[in-house]
Structures are given as C-alpha cells and as structure tokens.
Design a protein around this ligand. Structure first.
Ligand code: ADP
Ligand code: MG
Length: 258
C-alpha cells in the first residue's frame, strides 16, 4: 500500500517544490516506487522533474474533474526516477469548477486508489494556499511534511497550517497527521536561524526532522535543467542532505506504520 504525503505550507517560496522533487528522487535512489502529484498550477514540480508542462495532454486537472484516470495522465520521468502526475495553468480553473461538484474534497483520493499498489510513496506538492486544491491533497494523505525556513514569522505562519490539519483530521480524514517539520534553506551562520531552529525543537520536539537542508545554489540551479538537485549534482551539499532526508523519512514512516 502506498503511503501518501502532502508537502505543504501556505507560504510561497519556502521550499515545498524543492522538497517534493528531491525527496522523490532520494526515495527512488533507495529503491522506492514514487509518484509525484503536482497540485500547483505553476507546474514547478512537473518541470523540475523533467516533464514539459506545456506539452501535457492530460494533467491532474483532468483527473480532478474525472475526465482521465491517474494511469492515463501520469508521465514517467526516466531521469528523475519516478512518475509524475503533472500540472499546468489549466489547474487554476479547477478551483472554481470543483466548488460546484459533489465530493469536491475527495476527488484526488478517489483517483489515487486504483494505482495504490504500484507505489511505495505518493508525494503531493501543494500550492501556497489553504485552498480546495490543498484540501484535496490533505484528504488523500496519511501525513503532511512541512518545509520551513527558520525566519522570524515562521512559527506564526505555522499555526494556520496546524489548525487546518487539525480540522481536516477531525472532520474529513482521520488518518491525517503531521509527519514532521523540515528545516530548509538553512544558514547556520545566521544567529536568528539558529534561534528559530531551537524554538521549533522546543515547540514541536521530535516532530522536527533531524536532517537540515542547507541553502545550496546547486538545488536552485537544478530545475533549469529539468532535474531534481539529487540527480543533477548528487555530491552537492544540498543533494547529500536530501538523500539523508529520504532515508530519515523512510525510517520514520516504517516506525509509524509498524
Ligand atoms: P515553494 O514550492 O514553496 O514555492 P520552491 O521549492 O519553489 O518553494 O523554492 C523557492 C525558491 O528557492 C526556488 O527558486 C528554489 O530553487 C530555491 N530554493 C529552495 N530550496 C533551496 C535551498 N535549500 N538552497 C537554495 N535555494 C533553494
Ligand atoms: Mg512550489
């Protein structure tokens, strides 16, 4: 059975997509079968996995509207080592169209069920909002991974997300839990980042992943080559951290499912 996770944070530019594609590539490296679902109309996870969003005939949009199955719409990224259910700008319209439909929260969950046995992990890259698209992600998932930068307002922003997750857990998806908080774009030379990192550990204790993803330019360069950093330059500091994170994540999930 696939374990399904949302990579979520309602802020933009915090490292969700970078985490999704590099965790996916890291898990693929240790032999896991992975599907990345791009739920952001920007399509960055699609492009960053080497799939051209402009050339897609079927996307997650068609899947949400039940015009296509996941099996029909997914693409294989040979270079990245995992499958991608892609997105492009068309997905921006789904929000409005879904509102009028029945089971509007449950569309993705229903669509993923038939391919469940084909994957060990499904990673859902969420848009920077707590929208109906994100809700579809949260209703499908066993857990949430929250990438965050250790900045002054980081904790404040987190409470909205934590409340949303609690509400979805209580009303829509009793399986849902926070798997962990991942510190990303970390620069240990910045005292404030060290302080916020300590605060995070105080508030969330073992929910904070041990692995810390450093700020590393190779991770930022990789998407322009259509590759996750882990594939683009596996020996770079950022890639090494994500490979370590994939191991930590796999071990944590094994413990939780035991
Ligand atoms: P989000 O999906 O939350 O909007 P992204 O993953 O797209 O965030 O990251 C925002 C920007 O920061 C991108 O340009 C990305 O390449 C860059 N970035 C992400 N993580 C790192 C990192 N660890 N080091 C350097 N740049 C990073
Ligand atoms: Mg993104």
């Amino acid at each position: 059975m696939a374990r399904i996770f949302c990579i979520a944070n309602q802020k933009g530019g915090v490292g969700k997509t970078t985490t999704t594609v590099n965790l996916a590539a890291g898990l693929a490296r240790i032999g896991k079968r992975v599907l990345v679902v791009d739920l952001d109309p920007q399509g960055n996870a699609t492009m960053g996995s080497g799939v051209d969003k402009r050339a897609l005939e079927l996307t997650v949009y068609d899947v949400l509207l039940e015009n296509a199955s996941v099996a029909e719409a997914r693409q294989r990224s040979e270079k990245a080592g995992y499958d991608v259910l892609g997105a492009n700008r068309e997905l921006a319209g789904a929000e409005v169209e879904l509102v009028q439909l029945e089971r509007r929260n449950q569309r993705l969950k229903t669509a993923l069920a038939p391919v469940d046995a084909e994957y060990d992990f499904v990673l859902i890259d969420c848009p920077p909002s707590l929208s109906l698209l994100t809700l579809n992600g949260l209703c499908s998932a066993h857990g949430v991974v929250v990438p965050m930068q250790c900045e002054y307002f980081a904790l404040e922003g987190l409470s909205d997300l934590v409340n949303t997750i609690k509400q979805v857990h209580a009303n829509l998806n009793p399986d849902l839990q926070i798997i962990g908080l991942l510190r990303v774009m970390f620069d240990p030379r910045i005292t404030l980042q060290q302080q916020v990192s300590e605060q995070l550990k105080t508030h969330f204790s073992d929910k904070v992943f041990d692995t810390v993803i450093p700020r590393n330019v190779r991770l930022a360069e990789a998407p322009s080559y259509g590759l996750p950093g882990v594939v683009f330059d596996p020996s770079s500091k950022g890639a090494v951290a994500f490979i370590e994170f994939a191991r930590e994540m796999a071990a944590r999930i094994e413990r939780l499912s035991a």
